[in-house]
Design a protein around this ligand. Structure first.
Ligand code: ATP
Ligand code: MG
Length: 670
């Protein structure tokens, strides 16, 4: 087996920050990298000091792999830092949340109002017996009350476990039991693509499956009963679920009358802030834990530097709070900075495919943070949608969730950012808590498709299979282009404190492959300028005739072809080569399959990256199997291509997609 991952794709375009952006940026001096590398603990401490602590720490970091403690002995409250310190000062009347519901209803909540709302809710939770050390499941639509609930839990010292509102009753039941939650906070329903997602009915189903730790269900009225009017639209028919007296409580029956006086619990820096189950792209979700002081320090610092967050920004992160991105860059990071966040409830194509752009235009968003899967969908839909909107308020664009292929990066930069806005591709994970690799927009010249540099204070290495390493220490170093395993070699404040109730799995998944280093599970290449290029998950990397080839690079080459909107590439068992490359391709709007297309695409890949990467099979498809967070599940495509029964599909957005794909694939083969 070859030692390193072959890296094939070449991308030479560079985009240095403009002088104008640089001049106003929160970080514009490259010395920050040297300073942080010389004393990472001191660097992080300087950020922790910008938060409000009730008591100081005595030790910055205590690292006994695989566990680290940060700001040991310090006392802090996350809600205090995200609300009170702004509400009690000059930001009392500043909007904390600008929210838009899918039916078009809209609300603005100031920091002063949020303090009252969150305090009342915190008192209501206390009245249900929730206190310090308890856990609460949150199963809600993207409404302001979702953020209030997270912060109300933080206020009283209960850990939250947000379960994405698109997950099934089984998923909710499994996560609620694993975390032993006392209360589930939900809503009657939420809006998605013109329909109502019946949240309360799904909670009822989960309760029927059995959640013995749950004593109460707190229900926000969002959708209303059938026929009720929301923003001029009657609520359509949906399954409202049933009401269990004593157990189920309407939010409006107990929250509004509570006192707005609810002092923040003084939490230990290392007390649990939340549990979040990973999105499950690779298997059964893991209950990732995060504690208070370190997590808040990491999200606070990265928000300020990566998004260049300022007091007059309108920060639009399109992620749902069911994912870590919503935790770190809708709620904790921006709010610790006292920023204004723009929150949207529904789908990007409801009522039409220009919804995001209409929202940007209407609320004058300055920062947009979204995922490559969304960007590729926008490309597929066509530029007439963004071009019909005034998006001149935008000044910075971000990407997260998957490697962004250069074609999508360029489209984002040109069509959405009009070439004006720096694009930050941010690599991180639920486990890392905050951004680990990204450009700093006032310092780093960007390259389309590269996440560029480790964040200051973060130590990234590229390891070969045998564990020999290439250290990535700064932008000026010269390195030989090479691919390998992405490893973090020093602790950082927002790192996970483990998998809830499963220390063995934690050790095995992240800390057993290399000694005393965190193995992220992703492949990465380092170019001669010291830039990092994420290659996708190591499990997805193919072994073709003795060469490790990244699925991501072949996908990028396919998407580079004008007729391709999206591609998923897998290695399919092959008698001679070990694995052969198979691709599933979705065409762009207005492009049809034709008899020579498949051949044309194979040639295109061979031309772009070499004959070694030429796919054996290309299958034109209408859809690809994706997780609820929009990531392609390649393991299921391997099942399809190899004619196996499909593996676990519970975290898929739509399990029908993969079964239909399997049928079509099998009939095309015979
Ligand atoms: P599970 O761990 O349960 O399989 P998951 O890894 O999809 O699910 P997340 O923590 O949401 O759950 O995703 C983190 C992963 O997403 C990273 O390990 C990486 O594979 C991918 N990723 C995130 N951001 C980027 C990025 N900017 N570039 C490349 N890959 C990214
Ligand atoms: Mg993962």
């Amino acid at each position: 087996m070859s030692e390193t991952i072959q890296t094939l794709l070449q991308e030479n375009r560079t985009f240095p920050p403009s002088e104008a952006f640089k001049a106003q940026a929160n970080a514009n001096d490259a010395k920050i990298y040297e300073t942080a590398a010389a004393d990472p603990e001191g660097f992080w401490e300087s950020w922790a000091r910008q938060l409000d602590w009730f008591e100081p720490w005595h030790t910055v970091c205590d690292f006994k792999p695989p566990y680290a403690q940060w700001f040991v002995g310090g006392k802090i409250n996350a809600a205090y830092n995200c609300i009170d310190r702004h509400a009690n000062s000059t930001r009392s009347d500043k909007p904390a949340i600008i929210w838009e519901g899918e039916p078009g209803d809209s609300r603005t909540i100031t920091y002063g109002e949020m303090l009252d709302e969150v305090s009342r809710l915190a008192n209501a939770l206390k009245s249900l017996g929730v206190g310090k050390g308890d856990r609460v499941s949150i199963y809600m639509p993207m409404v302001p009350e979702l953020a209030f609930t997270m912060l109300a839990c933080a206020r009283i010292g209960a850990a939250h476990s947000v379960v994405f509102g698109g997950f099934s009753a089984e998923s909710l039941e499994e996560r609620t039991n694993d975390a032993q939650c006392k209360v589930i906070v939900t809503a009657d329903g939420g809006w998605r693509r013109g329909h109502i997602v019946p949240l309360k009915a799904t909670v009822d189903e989960a309760m029927d499956l059995g959640c013995p730790s749950v004593t109460n269900i707190l229900v926000l009225k969002r959708s209303g009963q059938e026929g009720e009017i929301t923003n001029g639209l009657p609520t359509p028919k949906y399954n409202e679920g049933s009401w269990v007296e004593g157990r189920d409580i309407w939010w409006h029956d107990i929250v509004p009358q509570q006192s707005t006086d609810c002092p923040c619990e003084s939490m230990d820096s290392e007390d649990l802030l939340f549990i979040l189950y990973t999105s499950g792209s690779t298997g059964k979700p893991k209950g990732i834990t995060h504690t208070t002081g370190g997590y808040l320090t990491g999200t606070f610092a990265t928000s300020k530097l990566v998004f260049d967050l300022k007091d007059n920004d309108i920060h639009f992160c399109t992620a749902d709070c069911g994912w870590v991105t919503g935790h770190s860059y809708v709620v904790y990071g921006p709010m610790a900075n006292g920023a204004t966040v723009l929150m949207y409830e529904g789908a990007p194509d409801a009522p039409d495919k220009d919804r995001f752009w209409r929202i940007v235009e209407k609320h004058k968003a300055t920062i947009l943070y979204t995922a490559p899967t969304a960007i590729r969908a926008f490309m597929k839909w066509g530029i007439q949608y963004p071009d019909g909107c005034d998006m001149s308020s935008l000044r910075l664009l971000g990407s997260v969730g998957e490697p962004i292929n250069p074609e999508a990066w360029m489209w984002y930069h040109e069509v959405i950012g009009k070439g004006r806005c720096p694009v930050v591709d941010t690599w991180w994970q639920t486990e890392t808590g905050s951004i680990m690799i990204s450009a700093l927009p006032g310092i780093t010249p960007t390259k389309p498709g590269s996440a560029t540099q480790p964040f200051p204070g973060i130590s990234v290495s590229v390891y070969s299979e045998s564990g020999s390493s290439v250290e990535v220490t700064g932008p000026d170093q010269l390195h030989k282009a090479t691919g390998g395993f992405l490893v973090l070699t020093k602790p950082w404040p927002s790192m996970t404190r483990g998998i809830f109730n499963d220390p063995a799995r934690f050790q095995k998944t992240y800390w057993s492959r290399f000694e005393n280093a965190y193995f992220a599970g992703d492949g990465v290449k380092l170019d001669e300028d010291g830039y990092l290029w994420l290659l996708g998950r190591v499990d997805d990397i193919m072994l073709v005739a003795g060469h490790n080839i990244s699925t991501m690079e072949v996908e990028s080459a396919l998407v580079d072809h004008p007729s391709v909107a999206e591609a998923a590439v897998i290695g399919k068992t092959h008698e001679v080569k070990g694995q052969a490359i198979a691709a599933f391709v979705i065409l762009r709007h207005g492009h049809e399959n034709h008899p020579t297309l498949v051949d044309e695409l194979k040639k295109h890949v061979a031309h772009k990256i070499g004959a070694l990467a030429r796919p054996d099979d290309i299958f034109i498809s209408a859809e690809l199997p994706k997780t609820r967070s929009g990531k392609i599940m390649r393991r299921l495509l391997r099942d399809v291509a190899e004619g196996r029964a499909l593996g676990d599909t519970t975290t898929l957005a739509d399990p029908n997609v993969v079964s239909a794909l399997k049928d079509k694939y099998e009939s095309s083969e015979s």
